[in-house]
Design a protein around this ligand. Structure first.
Ligand code: GLA
Length: 498
């Protein structure tokens, strides 16, 4: 013992016991809301080689390569994620009895974590529970038209709180949004706290009492939604529903929750993409068994052809893409690539190209009008993602254009298809329940342009008897066999046609 201590004293960082990286290291990072994120570095140092696993937020990596030693090392780690491989690079060193370690992401060193020695086995991935055998989950009868509401993530991310949600509810009840159909107020990731001794999920300090909050939101004539993951952790590294599906569904029901967004996140470490249906089915069944009508929103980034099995898993909607960002490029890339998915949507089960960014500041008003129009043509859920407590009138006018909303909410539930394209201009056409049609003419170019399209090119047999411009909110004089319009840069004209 004495000898070992002596070696450490004279030669810290040398191959002595105390300077060995071998061990299970835990970095506790308080999120500021009472929840503590824990990252685990389970390492083994043998000569010049470091092996092991890294578990952080939603990821569980295996170290595949290393350089250096306890004085300074770099680890390359990898994991399988569906058909792709995800890699991460960590740099660190031993400082006394602490492991100081940071991820290098896109060549930027992230904030350093300080890890302490933890018990062997602490923080290990829980054992895999085999997914259930497939069956068809009974239709819950909800979402006969695409869900409409608000979600906290795009604007507030980890700062969402009880107070913000109440303020949003107050605003939506009085600014015309609720009355236009925006009913669901959905709390996204970072509401979660630790489980209690019985495994019941609790909310963290940002949400002192979920049931009281739900009562408040219901009192405003609105409904309330929440978020979880089929994995042990959510994407932000909070508590997920893994191994607690039925229990959490019952808890959500007892709080008065009306909508659940269920986000794949760390389930990627336990299940293959081919098992997604079974994993989502589990919560679909659990929600039905909990006995409260709860809209079930699948979020797995459009993997594994979810549109083919989403309804069988009990889903009322499924994300068709990765996360949207508040840029024209992101919105355009997502919105204009949804054409083939149209046939999979219908009453009760919808394609979800992700939430709205309207009003978050990264796009022009013309671009936001395109966003609103395209999502409505696609029969997408209209989930606002901005701070509706303080939005300018121009943004409110985009979100609460009732004639555009009526296209989205049309009871036939048939999404638009691309009918015509010429250069950067394209037209999408959507059949409506009363025999009318919605036509949207988009200009994806960076300059305004005058466009002339023949009705015949859009698939119409004759010349319509009526055309109404839904953004100008006026009827349009017909001009024979073609219709013409000036369309702003990145803009749109939407007509209802009879
Ligand atoms: C994923 C989802 C987002 C959001 C975050 C929260 O990235 O796709 O919509 O819910 O997780 O962590």
């Amino acid at each position: 013992m004495k000898v070992i201590a002596f070696v450490w004293l004279v030669a810290p960082g040398a191959a002595g016991f105390a300077a060995d990286l071998t061990g299970n290291w835990m970095a506790a990072q308080p999120a500021g809301d009472g929840y503590i994120r824990r990252s685990y570095f389970n390492l083994k140092q043998e000569g010049a080689r470091i092996t092991g696993t890294i578990r952080t937020r939603q990821f569980h990596y295996t170290v595949s390569d290393s350089t250096g030693g306890s004085d300074g090392f770099t680890l390359t780690a990898a994991m399988k994620d569906g058909n792709a491989e995800r890699r991460a690079v960590y740099e660190g060193r031993l400082v006394g009895e602490e492991l100081h370690i940071a991820e290098r992401r896109n060549s930027v060193l992230q904030p350093e974590m300080v890890a302490q020695r933890a018990r062997a086995g602490e923080g290990a991935m829980p054992p895999r529970i085999p997914p259930p055998t497939l069956h068809k989950v009974r239709d819950n009868g909800l979402a006969r038209t695409p869900p409409m509401g608000w979600n906290s993530w795009n604007k507030f991310a980890g700062t969402v709180s009880d107070q913000i949600v109440r303020g949003i509810a107050d605003s939506m009840a009085s600014n015309g949004m609720r009355d236009a159909g925006y009913i669901y107020i959905n709390i996204d990731d970072t509401w979660e706290g630790e489980r209690d001794a019985h495994g019941n999920i609790r909310s963290n300090n940002k949400f002192p009492d979920m049931k009281m909050l739900a009562d408040y939101v219901h009192g405003k004539g609105l409904k309330i939604g929440i978020y979880s993951s089929p994995g042990p952790n959510t994407c932000a590294g909070y508590e997920g529903s893994y191994a607690h599906e039925e229990q959490d569904a019952r808890t959500f029901a007892s709080w008065g929750i009306d909508y659940l967004k269920y986000d794949w996140c760390s389930a990627r470490n336990l299940y293959k993409d081919g098992e997604m249906q079974a994993v989502y089915q589990k919560m679909g069944d659990a929600l039905l068994a909990a006995g409260r009508p709860i809209v079930y929103s699948l979020c797995q980034y459009g993997r594994a052809d979810v549109w083919r099995w989403g309804p069988d898993a009990g889903g009322n909607s499924w994300r068709t893409t990765g996360d949207i960002r508040d840029t024209w490029e992101s919105m355009e890339r997502i919105g204009f690539t949804q054409d083939d998915l149209g046939p999979y949507a219908g009453p009760g089960h919808w394609n979800d190209p992700d939430m709205l960014e309207i009003g978050n500041g990264g796009m022009s008003d013309a671009e936001y009008r395109t966003h609103m129009s395209l999502w409505s043509m696609l029969a997408a859920p209209l989930i606002a993602g901005n701070d509706v407590r303080s939005m300018p009138q121009t943004i409110a006018d985009i979100l609460v254009n009732r004639e555009v909303i009526a296209i989205d909410q049309d009871s036939a539930g048939k999404p638009a298809r691309r009918a015509w394209r010429s250069g950067h201009q394209e037209a999408w056409v959507r059949p409506l329940a009363n025999g009318e049609w919605a036509v949207a003419l988009f200009n994806r170019a960076t300059d305004p342009i005058g466009v002339v399209v023949k009705w015949a090119d859009l698939g119409f047999a004759g010349v319509p008897a009526m055309v109404r411009d839904l953004w100008a909110q006026r009827d349009v004089a017909l001009q024979g066999a073609a219709i013409q319009a000036m369309i702003p840069a990145h803009g749109v004209v939407v007509w209802r046609v009879r």
